[in-house]
Design a binder for this molecule. Structure first.
Ligand SMILES: Nc1ncnc2c1ncn2[C@@H]1O[C@H](COP(=O)(O)OP(=O)(O)OP(=O)(O)O)[C@@H](O)[C@H]1O
Ligand SMILES: [Mg+2]
Length: 368
């Protein structure tokens, strides 16, 4: 087991384009780190540099006490689990799990002990004599995990290991992987583009965008305090509503005249339905026009507009709203997020200090 230290690491494949751009991340011993971001943002590239499957253009990667930049993959003491599992189709489960150990010349008894122990942990005991084609997707996944576990590596690397599974199995395997990682206590880096998977698995979440780190933090902290409009719209489903500040109308902007707020955000579930949008109080109050109702049972999502801006809100499933309804919605001030013109989160923008003498909280407003 080991710490992993990624220091100002970049990757240039060709030309000057950086697939990974000066990324620095620390993974503590036994920690489960998840890299999440849209397709092409550099997640796999970073993972492959950690594994030694891709050369590091700039920066340094340290595993334990060793800088591994120039070490072969085999010498890095790391196990990688890929999306397609890469099991040997002609070998039994037992041999798939034992293969890497035999290659290293480990004694037969020791191999047998490790394979059976891993098989017990993964509930693969009864399947050891089967071939991969005789297994379900989830079982194959577990064999791939088993093959990694028997090596007793310093760290696990996962590249979208669940993306080939159906939704139900995926959520089941998610729980299993988390449980397994916890009980083994092995430092892990897990790559996914699925924000829900990222939120549920991670001890520490890294949100990447276009080769760069947008934010690092505990999943709920990232969710509660997204560092940028990118993170705000990427983490959480349905996505946070982001409205240009200028669309709020004069009333709303008044109190924030001196601030640098460019975008206001609120999550669909953070609204309160109000009978009368002229109510006083801190926060934002808006007139919302419903153009589609999406009932999911316990709750409904209303899609519609505030002024010209698209907004999604979540309401109780029994609320009787229909297309064309106009309703008042309010967002409490502590549930509002504010971002500057570069999309960076603004802190303290609600306090008198941050906005100057002009005002305190953003008061009721109405989209025009
Ligand atoms: N071998 C390569 N040669 C040149 N460019 C590459 C190579 N591999 C990846 N890239 C480019 O580097 C960027 C990052 O790719 P990467 O595979 O790391 O993305 P990713 O975040 O894993 O995406 P996905 O979620 O689709 O798997 C992309 O623009 C990609 O086209
Ligand atoms: Mg990838």
């Amino acid at each position: 087991m080991a710490r992993l230290h990624i220091d100002q690491v970049s990757k240039i494949y060709t030309g000057t384009q950086r697939a990974v751009d000066a990324v620095s991340i620390d993974v503590d011993d036994g920690e489960f780190l998840v890299l999440v971001g849209p397709s092409g943002c550099g997640k796999s590239t970073l993972l492959r540099m950690i594994a030694g499957l891709e050369a590091i253009t700039e920066g340094a990667i340290t595993i334990g006490e060793r800088v591994v930049n120039d070490l072969d993959p085999a010498a890095r003491d790391i196990a990688m689990v890929f999306q397609n599992y890469a099991l040997y189709p002609h070998m039994k489960v037992y041999d798939n799990m034992a293969y890497g150990l035999r290659n290293r010349g480990i004694a037969r008894d020791e191999i047998d002990r490790r394979v059976r122990e891993a098989a017990t942990t993964l509930e693969l005991g009864p399947l050891l004599e089967r071939k991969p084609r005789e297994l379900s997707g989830g079982q194959r996944q577990r064999v791939a995990m088993g093959r990694a576990i028997v090596r007793n590596p310093a760290a696990f690397l996962f590249d979208e290991p669940l993306s080939n599974l159906d939704a139900k199995l995926r959520s089941h395997m998610r729980v299993e992987i988390k449980h397994l990682q916890r009980s083994l206590g092995i430092t892990s880096v897990y790559v996914t583009h699925d924000q829900l998977e990222a939120m549920t698995l991670a001890d520490k979440l890294v949100v990447m965008n276009a080769g760069k780190v947008e934010q690092i933090g505990a999943p709920l902290d990232v969710y509660e305090r997204p560092a940028s409009t990118f993170v705000a719209s990427f983490i959480g489903a349905p996505a946070m509503n982001l409205i240009p500040f200028s669309a709020l109308g004069d009333d709303g902007r008044l109190g924030l005249r001196d601030a640098t707020v460019a975008t206001i955000g609120f999550r669909p579930q953070d609204i309160i339905e109000v009978a009368n949008d002229n109510e006083d109080g801190d926060g934002l109050s808006l007139r919302f026009v419903v153009d589609a109702v999406e009932p999911v049972g316990s709750e409904s999502y209303l899609h519609g507009k505030v002024g010209a801006e698209r907004v999604v809100v979540r309401i109780d499933g029994r609320a009787p709203h229909r297309e064309g309804d106009r309703i008042g919605i309010a967002v409490p001030s502590e549930r509002l997020h504010a971002f500057d013109a570069d999309g960076r989160r603004l802190e303290g923008w609600r306090t008198p200090d941050a906005v100057g003498d002009a005002g305190t909280a953003m008061r009721k407003t109405r989209a025009t």
